[in-house]
Every structure is written in structure tokens, then in C-alpha cells.
Design a binder for this molecule. Structure first.
Ligand SMILES: NC(=O)c1ccc[n+]([C@@H]2O[C@H](COP(=O)([O-])OP(=O)(O)OC[C@H]3O[C@@H](n4cnc5c(N)ncnc54)[C@H](O)[C@@H]3O)[C@@H](O)[C@H]2O)c1
Length: 367
């Protein structure tokens, strides 16, 4: 099992990553002296596939011990669901001496984290990510939140968990489309890191998709380590952390434009492609680099519809919470590990990037 430290000082916490690490939950909670009154917030599909395992671990806790089943889907990251979890805690008389254990993907982790950060002004939290995307990204860094008025993550907090436990055994039941979506965020890390990791992700793409244990045990901790280093440097996203949003300005607009029918990681891959085209259009990379870099994100499929309203997509980007003074901020790629933040672009350049993203690129080496 690998142990990765996140943040410093009193806010420091560990991410434990490895197969079968879930069995260590009671021991870790006891060792860290965390609260014994626990609410497990568990994704519906996770309980469906892993009920025996989860129940056998839950039985080992002596205190108040309930579970709340979180329905599956982005639409449940809502105010209504937030109210419902709060009501469950209040109705069952959970006090300040409580702990929420979130077992699920990014949706469960984000909403359970938001509940933990606000119920009685904050109770303890443990994150147990069960999707690839949550394992490499959303469970680390302390961003919690819900969607509001059809806009993603616009209500939330920065609230660090007491620890994160990533058990790759949970991934065994993950549908392929979710694995591919998680790979979208892994590709983001490939661009943020160095050539060795980039080549590793490129060469291991098929092994990641087929959940090859050796590949996962190498790639997942590397991504966690990268995110841990970045958020340790910049917890509140005032500078460096912004690089984690690579591809996301476009991706959020694409998700919303396609009515969330495109998975987050697929939208991130499309967003990275847009960032590459924008970097090219602005003269930051040349044609050779563009073609080379397009190879990796192009391994992830997304639909290229016949008609696309570029204006509508730009309008959605204009409402992105990362904008300042009404200007859309982009993250551009100069090279692997050389990322430019807060870049601006004119309308014609943005349209070029969007247009080229949705042209099927069969000429690239899609696997
Ligand atoms: N907080 C952050 O820093 C951060 C970062 C990135 C993304 N996010 C958020 O994460 C969310 C996306 O997360 P996600 O991709 O994990 O989606 P998700 O939580 O919706 O999970 C995807 C699907 O997989 C199912 N599932 C989960 N674990 C499973 C398992 N082990 N076996 C079988 N099925 C399983 C779920 O029921 C769901 O249907 C978005 O809401 C996004 O905004 C947050």
C-alpha cells in the first residue's frame, strides 16, 4: 500500500492507496482517534456490487453506525439531496462527535464532503473513492460542492478530509464508460507532469482501460502524488492549483451544452484538445507539436455532432466561475509540464478551437 501526504501542518492528511486497503478502515479510524458515530454515505451502485465487503467492515464499528444510500447520477448533487442527508443526520441525532465516510465516485464525495463541512459547522470526513476519476482527482484536495440552478459546483466549500482510502478492488465493478471517463483526468495529469509520465500514460492506455493491476498501482498513486503536491502548494486555488483546471473551461461548457450526456472525463479530453488547438492558434505551439500532443487525448471518444452552436458554447464559458472581470480564462499548453494559466483569447480563436475539437480525427492513432 502507498501512503501519500497532502497539505502541511494541522491540515495534513494521508491518502492510502492499494488493493484491499478498505479492510484497514476500522484500524485507521481507531489509530487516528476519529469519532465513533459514523454515517456511511454510499453510492447506490457501490452497495449493489460490494455490499458483503462493506457490511463486514461496517459491523466492526462500535458506535452509532448508519448508512445513507446516495442515488447514482450528477443530477443528485443537488440542494434537495443535500437537505435529505442533513435531515438524516439531524433525525438520527448525530452530534459534533460524528464522522461521515463517503464511499462512491465524485458525486457522492462532493455532496458528502459538503454536508460534512456544514453540518454543525463541520464534522469529520473520510473519503473512499470508488471510481477512477474520484481516485485520481476528486477525492483529494478538499473541494466539496453541489450543483445549483443547472450550474456545476457553484455552491461548495474547501474542506479537507481526515484521510482518503483508495482501494482499487472497488474499481472492478466500474462500467467501461466510467473507466474511460477517469482516464480523461489521468491524461490531464500526463500533460501537467513530465515526459516520463506522459509516455507511461500513453503506452499504458490500454492497460489502464482494462484495469491492469500493475498499471493502476503505478498510475493512480502518481496522479495522487501530483495532485497532493499541487494542492499542498496552493490549497485555495489562488495560483498554481489553477493548472488542475487544464481543459476544464471548455469541458464544463461542453458538459452543460450536451446536457450532461457527455461524461466529465470525456469532456476533459475534448477540453484538452480545444486547449491544444487554442495554443496552436495563439502561436504557443507549432503544427508538429499540436499533432503529437493531440494523439493522447484523441484516444478518448466523444460524439462529434453535425451541428454545434459555437456561440452557445461561448455563452456557457462566459458564466464559468473561474472568469474574472467578464473575461474567459484559459489554461494553455506550451509543452509537457509547461502550462500557461489565465490566458485570454479572442472570439475567433475560441471558435477555431471549438470547431476543430468536434471534427472526427480518424487520421490520428486512435486505439
Ligand atoms: N471535488 C473535486 O475536486 C472534483 C474534481 C473532479 C470532479 N469532481 C466531480 O466529480 C463528479 C464526477 O465523479 P465520477 O466520475 O466519479 O461520477 P459519479 O460519482 O457519478 O460515478 C459515476 C458512476 O459510477 C457509479 N459507480 C461509482 N463507483 C462504482 C463502482 N465501484 N462500481 C460500479 N459503479 C460505480 C456511480 O453510481 C455512477 O453511476 C462530478 O460531479 C464532478 O464535478 C469533483
Amino acid at each position: 500500500m502507498k501512503i501519500i501526504k497532502v497539505l502541511k501542518g494541522k491540515d495534513r492528511y494521508e491518502v492510502y492507496s492499494g488493493a484491499e486497503s478498505f479492510n484497514l478502515l476500522p484500524k485507521l479510524i481507531a489509530e487516528k482517534g476519529l469519532n465513533k458515530n459514523i454515517l456511511f454515505v454510499i453510492d447506490k451502485n457501490v452497495i449493489k456490487f460490494h455490499s458483503e465487503r462493506i457490511k463486514s467492515v461496517m459491523e466492526k464499528f462500535p458506535g452509532k453506525n448508519n448508512y445513507y444510500i446516495m442515488p447514482s447520477g450528477e443530477k443528485y448533487k443537488s440542494v434537495e439531496r443535500y437537505n435529505s442527508i442533513l435531515a438524516f443526520l439531524a433525525d438520527n441525532n448525530y452530534g459534533r462527535d460524528s464522522l461521515i465516510v463517503a464511499i462512491g465516485g465524485g458525486v457522492t464525495g462532493d455532496i458528502a464532503g459538503f454536508v460534512a463541512s456544514t453540518y454543525l459547522r463541520g464534522i469529520q470526513l473520510v473519503q473512499i473513492p470508488t471510481t477512477l476519476l474520484a481516485a485520481v482527482d476528486s477525492s483529494i484536495g478538499g473541494k466539496t460542492g453541489i450543483n445549483f440552478l443547472n450550474r456545476k459546483n457553484i455552491v461548495g466549500t474547501f474542506y479537507q478530509p481526515d484521510f482518503v482510502l483508495t482501494d482499487t478492488v472497488f474499481l472492478d465493478s466500474l462500467p467501461e464508460k466510467e473507466i474511460i471517463s477517469g482516464t480523461g483526468e489521468i491524461i490531464k495529469y500526463a500533460f501537467l507532469s513530465d515526459r516520463d509520465f506522459y509516455n507511461d500514460v500513453n503506452d499504458s492506455f490500454d492497460s489502464i482501460i482494462s484495469l491492469n493491476t500493475k498499471a493502476l498501482n503505478r498510475i493512480i498513486p502518481s496522479c495522487i502524488k501530483m495532485k497532493a503536491e499541487i494542492v499542498t502548494e496552493d490549497e485555495q486555488e489562488s495560483g498554481l492549483r489553477k493548472i488542475l483546471n487544464l481543459g476544464h473551461t471548455f469541458a464544463h461548457a461542453y458538459e452543460s451544452y450536451f446536457d450532461f450526456k457527455i461524461k466529465h472525463g470525456n469532456a476533459v479530453a475534448a477540453g484538452i484538445i480545444s486547449s491544444l488547438f487554442l495554443s496552436f492558434k495563439k502561436g504557443i505551439i507549432n503544427k508538429t507539436s499540436l499533432n503529437y500532443f493531440l494523439n493522447l487525448p484523441s484516444k478518448i471518444d466523444y460524439e462529434c455532432p453535425n451541428y454545434l452552436s459555437k456561440s452557445e458554447i461561448i455563452n456557457r464559458m462566459l458564466s464559468d466561475k473561474k472568469n474574472r472581470e467578464g473575461k474567459i480564462k484559459f489554461i494553455l499548453i506550451k509543452n509537457i509540464g509547461e502550462i500557461l494559466i489565465e490566458a485570454e483569447a479572442d472570439r475567433e480563436e475560441i471558435i477555431y478551437a471549438i470547431q476543430n475539437t468536434f471534427i472526427p480525427r480518424s487520421s490520428f492513432n486512435k486505439k
